[in-house]
Ligand binder design. Structure first.
Ligand code: HEM
Length: 186
């Protein structure tokens, strides 16, 4: 049985749940973001506006979960990377993990800043959140670009990270992926 907290060899149940739930949420938000942005911008498009509202609400939920995840990460031991890994791969793996944490905060915060600059309110569970910055059209356009490129960076890192995990599991046949799967005994 996987315990709640991490050990030197395995992620605990809380870290595993946060990892896979957030992976699904962030991939979903990215797909939704790309899809809704591509919808034409003509007149009042009910579908586009509804999807943007969902995207914003789930994005703020992801920000809350990123805080919980960071707190859990700081307060837990970190399972070691497989010993046979060359040093450069260990550095790249930890760097990608660090970039994920940065993106988990930068993406929702840039989205919130963007909405604030456009004076379009952000709601979560029906509660309106305060604007982070005053209305400014130039900053709004700039933040659209920032948010978009952060999203593209997330897609790149996911492909790299998932590709590496699958390579470890199916080609190197080591414990990298099993470490973050529920119920595996190491
Ligand atoms: C949005 C998608 C994802 C994000 C943001 C993400 C983020 C992370 C982060 C930050 C860690 C380090 C553990 C920690 O510090 O909490 C990690 C570990 C890991 N992830 Fe992901 N992940 C994602 C998707 C995936 C997918 C799709 C796979 C597999 C196909 C995967 C496989 C792994 C593995 C195997 C580890 C353990 C690495 C080790 O410690 O040796 N992840 N992930």
């Amino acid at each position: 049985m996987t315990g709640l907290t991490n050990t030197n060899r395995h992620y605990g149940a809380v870290a595993i749940l946060l990892h896979w739930f957030m992976a699904a949420l962030l991939i979903g938000l990215t797909v939704l973001g790309v899809y809704m942005s591509a919808l034409p911008d003509v007149g009042f498009d009910k579908e586009k506006i509804t999807l943007i509202v969902y995207h914003k609400e789930c994005g703020i939920l992801a920000l809350g979960l990123a805080m919980v995840r960071l707190a859990w990460r700081v307060g837990n031991v970190l399972p070691a990377l497989v010993r046979e890994l060359p040093d450069w791969q260990k550095v790249v793996a930890r760097f990608v993990h660090l970039c994920f944490y940065a993106l988990m905060f930068a993406l929702p915060v840039s989205g919130w800043l963007m909405s604030s600059a456009a004076s379009i309110p952000v709601y979560v569970f029906g509660i309106q959140l305060p604007d982070l910055i005053p209305h400014n059209e130039y900053r709004f356009q700039l933040l659209i670009e920032v948010h978009k490129w952060l999203g593209y960076a997330l897609i790149g890192f996911i492909l790299l990270h998932a590709g590496a995990a699958l390579q470890h599991h199916f080609i190197s046949r080591d414990n990298t992926l099993r470490k973050i799967l529920p119920g595996s005994h190491l």
